[in-house]
Design a binder for this molecule. Sequence first.
Ligand code: AFP
Length: 357
Amino acid sequence: MGSGMFIWPKRPPLPSSFAQGARHRDEGETMIRLEQTFMNFLLYHQERHNRSYHFLILMDALISAAKHIEHYYLTGALKGNLGLAGNVNVQGEDVLRMDQIAQEITVHYLRTSGRVIHAISEESEKIIQINAENGRYFVYFDPLDGSSNVPHGLPVGFLFGVAKRSLEGPEDGHLRAGKDYIAAGMFVIPTGTFTLALKDAGTWRFHIDETMDFVRPTRMILPEDAKEWELSFNAASRYTYAQKVQDWIERNQQKYVFRYLGSLAGDFHRILSNGGMFMYPAIVNHPNPKKNRPQGKLRLMYEAAVVSFMCREAGGAAVDETGTPILDVQPKEPHQRTALYVGSKPLVDDIARVLSG
Ligand code: AFP
């Protein structure tokens, strides 16, 4: 597959009105609002950074997958797809029919893109070998995160992180730490919102329009003003956290609104807009010691590192139970778990001091 370097044709600069969504009157005097599409946004980004078209093809595949997953989720209740599939996944959890559908759809589009070396998925124990010879990217994804919301048709997430093959030397396919990702994103399904972070180029939110196109790129910067900040964690588990974490919550809970959806994508979506912190601490004081999770619950490569990458590009931070930046944690195995504290930097720095203390 050639360098893929594309001689970008000299294109006129974007009409300024495009960014704000141009209003046009057609003959019938109807006001038409035209928004910048995601693909146009990404084309300009790739051109600005003189990058190849390969990433566009990968993103097109991920967007096609998300749209189909959203369709099957929206029609799931009527088609009876919101129930159990009858088997158990690598995490030891009951697999939902929708988990299988989302997995099949995503792997199909990653294969047809021809751009993926291998993929790691919450729904597949083994690494999914795709195009080791000519692929350019590694994709780490959770095709349907927040399964406890599925039977109710409530928000779930499609989370993904992308890393690139090494251009320096032979590619050994080693697992990438979050800091080596080139992009990370999430679709909050079925809300039609898509958020993508690009390395050193920010975190951008898009909304689906009447033509099922993602449009209106909106830069996401975590608000500095703490008055809107929220805290998000599973309150039912708070007394199973480390005492120093419980004490931190006790000291801070009065200051912020509390919100918890039970799907990382949904909860982090709010944090990106309002600021604050989402946390899923290690469980170390559970009355039933078998239920302790000293290593945390969330998965490092396709949950924690994904939202941490997006948070960093939006001006925030993220750490694990030792106060170590999540993006610096080198994964030892594909489904490695971690505790997660992610959100507005002052809050994450504050709890990181407690955790590393
Ligand atoms: P499931 O996909 O197994 O429901 O887990 C969802 C999740 O990974 C993440 O989306 C939530 O933030 C967290 O786990 C919810 O966990 P609790 O149900 O223990 O609060």
